[in-house]
Design a protein around this ligand. Structure first.
Ligand SMILES: [Ca+2]
Ligand SMILES: [Ca+2]
Ligand SMILES: [Ca+2]
Length: 555
């Protein structure tokens, strides 16, 4: 009897002892009932493996050649995990976009520090990947979103709406070597490649975003210190890259951003942006933005301009700030426009007058194709529309910018002898180029620096059909893991009241209809506990932790 009591006490005590991170395997040839998650006996579903996992574990999703597709919706990371296919394989996690109110993969705030790697992720009624949040305006300052999440070597495609959705205070997302294409198969009116609403510190790099129903990527709602670098963004239904845009007032953190700036301290460098319907690179209510060494080709086919200063409405809310862009730095960009719409400052007479820019455009040392037209809609600026020479003189800008018959190849590289070579200035914020080659003084204009060493042949991936190389080391992981520990040690939340739609922004600036806010309640479905005590305890703990997140907003 005493022995049995002791044994039971030990069994209860064991789960709280430190346990090394485990690797759990999933295979389309596996079995959720008879499998145990080992390499030899994998589970069949990603959800089953996740329900059996503990914080810090790795869920390895195998991709047998006979069938590499997992048809699962609402795959939900509730604690810090690595979710990936092994090197040389790439599984597809697909959620039918017509399955109502789903996303393919959701990362909870308690799963901060997670890594999603080397997977193909498709569908989702809303999004392929969503970083979820507990934060709401006026709530506890300790509330956060899913932060320090790394998404790398992914193909994201054929999504219901946006490819990747980042909600407020989901900070420090790293998105790299990701291809995103064909967004908006279900709802094409609001289907950006990456939609970041008030997530600070996001880095998007070395990625290829194309054929999006709406904008390639934007960060808005007060997102601070975002870096967008070395990407190719092509064939977008709205803009290419937007620094800020037009966000509903409730998503701003007024404790750090009482003026309602849409984006603060953003850096957009070394990107190639091509074939966009509206702005190539647009700024809306941004502060201290750097746009440097980008190549913009044939942007703004439907309106606006290659480089554009827009105005924001913020739901016409009387309390909102709607500030003009201020203190931009626009240098070393290369603008090649068949339609000649090269640079524009918007003004709207609505709400007593809204300017796209306060003060100087901060632009200099750019290269503009011959025939470029510049516009400044602001009353009293003394200039409305004209040539580079007229713009230069009226705005005291672009003193060293040049016009020439610039060309680039299909990937944005400069041809030999290009007038863009060595035509720029040294910029502190730019150290390399789109090939990750170091800049050499004098800087070239645009995303490509022509140097004596050959650029890598596979600079920008064109197809997501093959597993991608691992590329650089996962530099963000140690910090991410540390942060995840901090987050998971916080007391579990008991309530959340955020129900409004993140996408309720008025998108009038891009000629889009007003997006409809959709509040969604997400059912928590914990997989049935396994027959063993360990799994039961883990399941109970997961349910305990996840209970608070039941009504997180999803839109
Ligand atoms: Ca969106
Ligand atoms: Ca040079
Ligand atoms: Ca180069």
């Amino acid at each position: 009897m005493r022995c049995r009591v002791l044994f039971a006490a030990l069994a209860l005590a064991l789960p709280v002892l430190p346990v090394a991170a485990a690797e759990l395997f999933v295979s389309t040839a596996g079995n959720d009932s008879s499998g145990n998650g080992s390499a030899a006996s994998p589970y069949r579903t990603v959800k089953r493996a996740i329900s059996a996992s503990r914080a810090g574990d790795t869920v390895t999703v195998r991709a047998p050649s006979a069938n590499r597709t997992y048809n699962e919706c609402d795959v939900r990371l509730r604690h810090r995990l690595t979710l990936r296919s092994p090197a040389g394989e790439r599984a597809i996690i697909h959620c039918n976009p017509n399955t109502a109110n789903t996303v393919t993969i959701q990362v909870d705030p308690a799963a901060s520090g997670s890594r999603i790697a080397n997977l193909e992720i498709s569908g989702g009624y809303y999004y392929a990947v969503m970083l979820q949040t507990n934060w709401y305006q006026g709530g506890p300052s300790s509330d956060t979103g899913a932060s320090n999440v790394v998404m790398e070597d992914l193909l994201i495609r054929d999504t219901g709406r946006d490819g990747i959705k980042i909600t407020p205070k989901s900070n420090n997302a790293v998105i790299r070597r990701v291809e995103i294409r064909n967004t908006g198969v279900r709802e094409g009116g609001n289907a950006d490649g990456i939609d970041n609403v008030n997530g600070d510190g996001m880095v998007v790099e070395d990625s290829y975003i194309h054929d999006t129903a709406t904008t390639g990527l934007y960060f808005k709602g007060g997102a601070r210190n975002v870096v967008i670098q070395r990407n190719r963004i092509e064939n977008t239904g709205d803009a290419g890259i937007l620094v800020g845009f037009d966000t509903s007032p409730e998503f701003f953190d007024l404790s750090v951003n009482p003026q309602y700036y849409e984006a603060i301290g953003g850096i957009v460098r070394n990107n190639v942006v091509r074939n966009t319907r509206y702005s190539g690179i647009g700024m809306y209510a941004s502060k201290d933005t750097v746009v440097a060494n980008n190549t913009i080709v044939n942007a703004a086919s439907g309106g606006h301009s290659a480089i554009y200063f827009g105005v924001t409405l913020q739901d016409y809310d009387p309390a909102a700030g709607r500030p003009a862009n201020v203190n931009p730095k626009i240098v070393n960009n290369l603008v090649i426009q068949g339609n000649n719409r090269c640079m524009e400052i918007r003004y709207s007479s609505e709400l007593g007058g809204l300017s796209g820019l306060s003060g100087s455009p901060g632009s200099n040392w750019n290269g503009f194709g011959n025939g470029c037209v510049f516009r400044d809609g602001r009353p009293g600026s003394g200039f409305s529309q004209g040539s580079l020479a007229q713009w230069r003189s009226a705005l005291n800008a672009d003193a060293n910018s040049k016009q020439a018959n610039y060309t680039v190849d299909a990937t944005g590289r400069l041809p030999a002898g290009s007038p863009a070579i060595n035509a720029g200035t040294t910029v502190a914020e730019v150290a390399d180029d789109i090939d990750r080659q170091p800049r050499s003084v004098p800087y070239d204009l645009g995303a490509d620096e022509v140097v004596s060493t050959a650029p890598p042949a596979n600079r920008v991936r064109r197809s997501g059909s093959q597993p991608l190389g691992r590329g650089g080391a996962s530099a963000a992981q140690p910090a991410a893991a540390a942060s995840a520990r901090a987050v998971s040690s916080a007391p579990a939340r008991s309530t959340t009241s955020a129900t409004s739609g993140v996408d309720a922004a008025v998108e009038a600036g891009a000629g889009q209809p007003v997006a409809t806010a959709v509040a969604v309640r997400t059912g928590v479905r914990i997989a049935p506990p396994a027959l063993q005590l360990w799994a039961r305890l883990r399941g109970w703990w997961a349910a305990h932790q996840a209970g608070a997140a039941e009504s997180l907003r999803r839109d």
